[in-house]
Design a protein around this ligand. Structure first.
Ligand code: SF4
Ligand code: SF4
Length: 358
């Protein structure tokens, strides 16, 4: 009788990470005694069995060309031990089994244009979204705004002189990736989408577009005898969600798509509970290639926080202690009734949708 065939592995999902680990990390997995930081950009882990690992962290631009990837791999082979990993903020980390290898690796990374730092109470690399390369809805080039800002904050990346760690993020649309951060830079559409009815009739996936709107502002409509859509502009919250399935509903605009700055988000439970960000500046021009207005506002908030916060206060803890009125006084940012939204308006807005009811 024929033997039943072995069931083949399903080749989808996240691969087992053990196969990629540095041998010392694999050997001591879950068995570390303590860790410390000998200098900014270097972590030192000691295992219960006595093994030691030094990890050197360097900043990268996240979106890398083949030349850069090969350069990093060559550095890993020549100066480290052939294993690297990336943090969620796009820093690259090289693991070493000997302290003597740390200084030559740092020298090579710095020489090749990869600054070493981003650990402890530094401004780590900005978590930014992939933008034009992978996504269909960006309102700006997130990587460009990140590059311009990190050029100015490179000393804060290399040193650990902030009151606590500072996580920044940049999102190139209003609705998806980016996440909670101490200071977040987020695109802000200020006008409802403009509809090109001729194209919608031909290329728009109208049911998908109607379903996509979180506040049920889009309805099917007949325009000039052709099937199209209409937007109830009183309901529209200018989120940009309808644009991906239907590019003829153009919302990106060189003048009316702006940047907003949000502060005080954090994911961790350390010392205080996780918090949501609140918007503190809006209507900042989307001004490539260096976005100087965005950098100016972020740096202003960052350096007031650095001077005024107590040791180990995250940005949200600092604002909580001094209060929002003093935050606006100290940072000299203009306050309007639209800022630090407490989400009360959302109840009316979102209850109009088919997706969320509360
Ligand atoms: S933030 Fe939005 S536009 Fe940017 S990559 Fe993420 S989903 Fe796409
Ligand atoms: S999906 Fe967003 S931008 Fe489009 S109509 Fe609805 S609220 Fe407005």
């Amino acid at each position: 009788m024929a033997q039943p065939q072995m069931r083949r592995a399903i080749e989808s999902g996240v691969p087992d990470n053990q196969q990629y680990l540095h041998p010392l990390l694999k050997k001591n997995y879950g068995n570390w005694k303590y860790h410390d930081r000998p200098r900014p950009g270097v972590l030192h882990h000691v295992a219960h069995g006595g093994d030691q690992v030094w990890t050197v962290r360097a900043g990268t631009q996240r979106q890398m060309d083949v030349f850069t990837i090969r350069r990093l791999c060559d550095i890993a082979d020549q100066y480290a031990e052939g294993h690297v990993r990336f943090t969620i903020r796009s820093n690259i980390e090289f693991m070493l089994s000997s302290e003597a290898k740390v200084a030559p690796l740092i020298a090579e990374l710095e020489k090749s244009g990869f600054p070493v730092g981003g650990t402890g109470n530094s401004v780590s690399m900005i978590a930014h979204t992939q933008g034009w390369l992978h996504c269909d809805i960006p309102g700006t080039d997130a990587s460009g705004a990140v590059k311009a800002l990190m050029d100015e904050l490179i000393d804060e990346f290399r040193k650990e002189e902030m009151p606590n760690r500072v996580h920044l993020s940049t999102s190139c649309c209003e609705i998806n990736c980016g996440g909670q951060a101490d200071i977040a830079i987020i695109i802000q559409h200020t006008k409802p989408p403009k509809l090109n009815h001729d194209l919608i009739a031909n290329v728009g996936e109208r049911p998908a577009v109607v379903a996509r709107c979180p506040v049920a502002a889009i309805r099917p409509a007949l325009v000039n005898g052709k099937p199209s859509l209409e937007v109830d502009e009183k309901k529209c919250i200018c989120c940009g969600a309808c644009y991906p399935p239907c590019p003829p509903m153009q919302i990106n605009d060189p003048e009316h798509s702006k940047f907003a700055i949000w502060v005080g988000g954090k994911n961790s439970n350390a010392r205080a509970k996780p918090t949501f960000m609140k918007m503190v500046a809006a209507g900042i021009p989307n001004n490539p290639p260096r976005w100087p207005e965005v950098s100016e506002v972020v740096k202003r908030i960052l350096y007031v926080y650095k001077d005024d916060a107590r040791p180990w206060e995250r940005l949200s803890d600092w604002v909580e202690r001094i209060g929002w009125p003093r935050f606006f006084e100290k940072t000299d940012l203009p306050f309007t009734k639209y800022l630090i939204d407490d989400w009360r308006g959302a109840r009316a807005n979102l209850n109009a949708s088919t997706h969320i009811r509360f």
